[in-house]
Write a protein that binds this ligand. Sequence first.
Ligand SMILES: *Cc1c(COP(=O)(O)O)cnc(C)c1O
Length: 422
Amino acid sequence: MSSFEFKTGKEFAVAMDECDPLKGFRERFFFPQAAGGRCVYLCGHSLGLQPRSARACIERELKDWADLGVEAHFRANNPWMPYHRLLTEQTAELVGAKPIEVVVMNSLTVNLHLMMASFYRPTRDRHKIVMERGAFPSDQYAVQSQIRFHGYDPATSLIELTPRPGESCLREEEIESLIEQTEGIALIMLGGVNYATGQAFDLERITRAGHKKGCVVGFDLAHAAGNLKLKLHEWNPDFAVWCSYKYLNGGPGCTAGCFVHERHARAWDLPRFAGWWGHDEQSRFEMGPKFQPIPGAEGWQLSNPSIVSLAVLRASMDLFREARMDRLRAKSELLTGYIEFLLSQTNTKRFSIITPHEKDRRGAQLSIRIEENGKALCEQLSREGIIGDWREPDTFRVAPVPLYNSFHDVFQFASRFIAAIG
Ligand SMILES: *Cc1c(COP(=O)(O)O)cnc(C)c1O
């Protein structure tokens, strides 16, 4: 980033947008409006915008339902029975996995529980789970409840990685040394990008350290999927889960994703919570009593999925494929660096950026800690059409999303933020 010369004036933003190879994608999304114009929408880390193509994709499925009823399972334009497979290839590409390693199903927290049902197998000597302190609440509840479910106590079985006093982010080498020095860890379960600080972890290094110690390693990629370039197969964690409504723009509550490493594809002895959609397809409709899982991640499916939800996700995943993750990531690094640069032009001590400065340690997001009255400031900006989000007690999060945000968006945000903070 240091080699790139950002400039302060608005002309710079306009020139960057003009030569942006991805600029056309912005027009393929709906933007909320404010005061007669488009909002500066920097909230893709919370809910991605609606692709303009989503409605037609839903309507196609509604029409097949109207025209064909139950027969659409086999006779729709895209038959519903194997519909989830229409997403397999793109999903595998997106997270750097083999097709057999991924499936789109359920929602994120459900998938996290399903994965822990199979991969968190505590014993008296090895029952601990390592996670970040202040992880996303749903992950904390899921992990604590799994520990209790197995008859252990989070007070002794949960190890929370904590930044040094006065620091906001974790040091990679300290994560590694904690893993090396702690006995009895069953599972390491971290967010790929921490939702509050925006810190991206070195997933390969953490996986290696965990496996060396005989631990299972899983990741929650809610804030990493569609944000960072991921190579899950190569990095080798046991499992990963993510949602599809943040950077992946699948719409509120959209069907989530799940990765199970190929080496577990035929681990029939792994216990799992089963349902009919995970059963071998050839014999699924024989309705027999004995569960026979599909090899790979698909074997963890429970229920037949919401086709309407998958239809929207397809619309969005087609855009990702067209834009390409390498180009998105290159633009993303510039956009985030540009916000940081513009905010560094003021001398005020009223805010500080807690997200790491190094581009390999962060994704599209910057978390800004505001000393006083941050919430009111965030609300004021929102009334002016600048949409980020507030996280108690003191953090304003903004995410310039390379698929639909422009350099001019960033410029507008930074100018108004600096003006508002005074
Ligand atoms: C957004 C998010 C969730 C939300 O979970 P749902 O099951 O989709 O409601 C959970 N964990 C993390 C880390 C998240 O970022």
